[in-house]
Design a protein around this ligand. Structure first.
Ligand code: ZN
Length: 184
């Protein structure tokens, strides 16, 4: 039975210290080498080390990453997005990014609690900056601002199925595609 690649949980025994030294993401409890993170066990027989590769997604998006999340706040020139996914992978610890909406000429670029997808532009002054100003970026899911009901595409705008209110958002090209919900 090969045990060279198996998932570990923190505290799990991965080797005996008389055979292997504690490598990355492990500790030596005086008898055994144990994992400190969720990851993949690596037993290196040549170096006689036991280590774990961390598979938990780092929750800080990098420049160029595509993120999906909930709109946490809407201000006159920017929105704040609470990031849930980085490149389609759910993240464990919440992180927020800000998105300028100054150049977007829409009545309501996005509303609080809308689900949006954005691209990370840079990290500046301790904030993560993103953009939704590209065709495939913007609102994926929104509701009627008047009654909170479901909306459908109406030309390049949206229309409430319930009250008929017509409104605008900066819609992503795949608006209405609910597949992002099933990623978890
Ligand atoms: Zn409505």
């Amino acid at each position: 039975m090969s045990e060279s690649t198996t998932h570990t949980i923190p505290g799990e025994q991965i080797a005996f210290i008389e055979e292997f030294e504690a490598g990355q993401n492990t500790f030596d409890d005086g008898d055994k080498v144990r994992a400190t993170v969720v990851g993949i066990k690596n037993i290196n027989k040549k170096d006689r080390t036991a280590s774990v590769t961390n598979t938990k997604v780092l929750s800080v998006p990098k420049v160029g990453d595509i993120i999906t999340g909930n709109v946490a706040a809407v201000m006159s020139s920017m929105i704040v997005i609470s990031v849930d996914y980085i490149n389609g992978i759910p993240i464990k610890a919440p992180v927020e990014c800000v998105c300028s909406i100054r150049e977007i000429r829409k009545k309501n670029t996005a509303l609080v609690n809308d689900i949006v997808t954005a691209k990370i532009l840079n990290h500046l002054n301790g904030a993560i900056h993103a953009t939704i100003n590209e065709p495939d970026l913007g609102v994926l899911f929104t509701k009627c601002r008047k009654c909170g009901d479901e909306v459908i595409l109406f030309r390049d705008a949206i229309k409430c199925k319930e009250c008929g209110w017509i409104d605008e958002r900066k819609l992503a090209s795949n608006f209405g595609d609910k597949s992002f919900i099933k990623q978890e």
